[in-house]
Design a protein around this ligand. Structure first.
Ligand code: CA
Length: 516
């Protein structure tokens, strides 16, 4: 391939080298610039002479300031850049973008499982809730037995899983912040893919008893199936249990009516507006913000136009773009809610004597991402271009459709766990360095930022956005490809690679409260 670079915005004074293996010294770029030394793939090259202290522009914004004079053709890496100061949370532009209402996109449907609460599942899974880590081994044993001995008789049930986590005891259960892991676990139990069936396994002496996890009223009355409408609970310390196998038998017997009801369900044609898609990135490189994330952003616009819900998250990765986000808010209340969540996170990081610079990883920097500002600009593009109409605090459940900022840490597992709690029924995950990430609860569609990764991980990556860097496809092409693939996966007609291999990462609850 001839020398190929990607420029994100007309005012940028750097470009990204797209060629596999990078480009050698002396290469003449299409812009006429001669490389002063080798530049690795995904890294930035100066397109003009940049004076010391002058801004280095990517996405049309300063991602840093030159620490020395950078002649045109210089490899602009993180050691040559001064990180811009953090944007304060005062005097932000509120709703100034004046975005037109999205043009409706009609006629798209998928085959899903309708739930009593109005949500729609993309899979039909029996999930067993646990109140505390102590019961995890017993639940895992019971789940394996159910899958081995019962599941073959329930052809319409996709899977049986235990909602294992490390919370529930040894924690300050009433401390401020403890409501986050508790409501997260509660809301995950009500995820659309579980059909409204709630079965809880408890130890008996833990700090988080079933009645605190699922208080009266937390489960819609139509979803209560236990005796006289009570929560269906197996408590391992019950005196009726005589040995380990009696606990296992109790869990297996309790699962039967749930399996019967789930097995009676069938997929029905529903509008694409029933999709709830959580987007995030992990193992990012400089291509994340040039190929995969813009394609996801285009797909986000399509989904929102079709009436669906898309959540974007990862507070530390969007914090540096807060002014863009508050400008895109549909109302001042939405903008204020975003500022509230960012302030909460600033305070949370401050308590740990950390700041936003703690986000970027060594892999990010090797991949060409110099700092958190550059990473943030590339991350925000996943949210597309439409007005932001809702904000969720960590662990809260969605109340509205549309484009929603769901505040979560950027940590892949914690972000995914919180998006599950919000009610996501499909997960889109972009990666440049490569990660085999998957979840047992919802399909995870992985989008590769580079063709080299998509080829090497041909049985792990579902969509190759590297075709954008190769010049073979446009951002719009890959956005549409992803949109159609989402409808196929949601309908159960296609499986993701993570589902094929049964790859699943742990649920990791976000607990900002003390551990005792
Ligand atoms: Ca992430």
């Amino acid at each position: 391939m001839p020398p190929h670079t990607i420029v994100m915005h007309a005012s940028d004074n750097v470009a990204i080298v797209a060629n596999d293996g990078g480009l050698p010294a002396g290469t003449v770029l299409a812009q006429g610039v001669v490389l002063q030394g080798p530049v690795p793939q995904g890294h930035k090259v100066a397109l003009t002479d940049i004076a010391a202290q002058a801004p280095v522009l990517r996405y049309g914004v300063p991602i840093g300031y030159a620490l020395q004079t950078l002649p045109a053709g210089t490899w602009v890496h993180e050691r040559l850049l001064q990180l811009p100061a953090a944007r304060g949370l005062d005097a932000l532009p509120l709703c100034t973008a004046k975005l037109p209402a999205p043009a409706p996109l009609q006629g798209y449907t998928f085959e899903g499982y309708k739930n009593p609460d109005g949500s729609v599942g993309t899979r039909n899974i029996l999930a067993i809730t646990t109140t505390v880590q102590c019961v995890a081994g017993v639940v895992e044993f019971a789940v394996e037995k159910i899958k081995r001995e019962l599941l073959p008789q329930y052809a319409h049930v996709d899977d049986v899983i235990g909602l294992e986590h490390s919370y529930g005891c040894g924690v300050a259960i009433d401390a401020p912040g403890a409501e986050i892991p508790i409501r997260t676990l509660r809301n995950i139990s009500l995820n659309p893919n579980f059909g409204g069936e709630v079965l809880v396994v408890s130890l008996g002496c833990e700090k988080l008893p079933p009645a605190k996890l699922m208080p009266a009223g937390s489960i819609p009355i139509t979803q209560l199936q236990g005796p006289e409408g009570a929560l269906d609970v197996v408590c391992l310390q019950d005196e009726g249990h005589d040995g380990f196998m009696s606990m296992i038998d109790h869990i297996v017997q309790s699962a039967l009516p749930h399996l019967e009801r789930l097995n009676a369900r069938r997929r029905q044609t529903v509008p694409a507006s029933a999709l709830v898609v959580g987007v995030q990135c992990g193992g990012s490189d400089a291509f994340s913000g040039a190929t995969a994330n813009p394609a996801v952003g285009f797909c986000t616009d399509l989904l929102v136009r079709a009436g669906a819900t898309v959540m974007f998250s990862e507070t530390t990765e969007v914090r540096d773009g807060i002014a863009q986000l508050t400008a895109r808010a549909s109302t001042p209340e939405v903008a204020q809610a975003m500022i509230r969540e960012m302030q909460w996170y600033d305070d949370y990081l401050g308590r740990g004597q950390s700041d936003r610079s703690a986000n970027t990883t060594p892999g990010n920097k090797q991949g060409g991402l110099s700092n958190i500002v550059e990473k943030a600009m590339g991350s925000i593009v996943k949210s597309g271009t439409l007005p932001i109409t809702g904000v969720l605090a960590p662990g809260e459940k969605l109340q509205h459709k549309g484009l929603v900022y769901a505040a979560t840490p950027a940590s892949d597992f914690i972000c995914g766990t919180l998006q599950l709690a919000a009610g996501m029924n499909l997960h889109v995950f972009t990666t440049g360095r490569g990660t085999p990430y998957g979840l047992a609860e919802v399909p995870v569609i992985k989008v590769a930022t580079r063709t080299a990764l998509a080829k090497r991980w041909h049985d792990l990556m579902d969509i190759n956005a590297g075709t954008i860097a190769d010049g073979q496809k446009s951002i719009e092409d890959v956005g549409w490809e992803l949109f159609h693939f989402l409808l196929e996966v949601a309908s159960g007609r296609k499986k993701t690679w993570a589902e094929h291999w049964k790859l699943k990462n742990a649920l990791v609850l976000f607990n900002p409260a003390p551990v005792t």
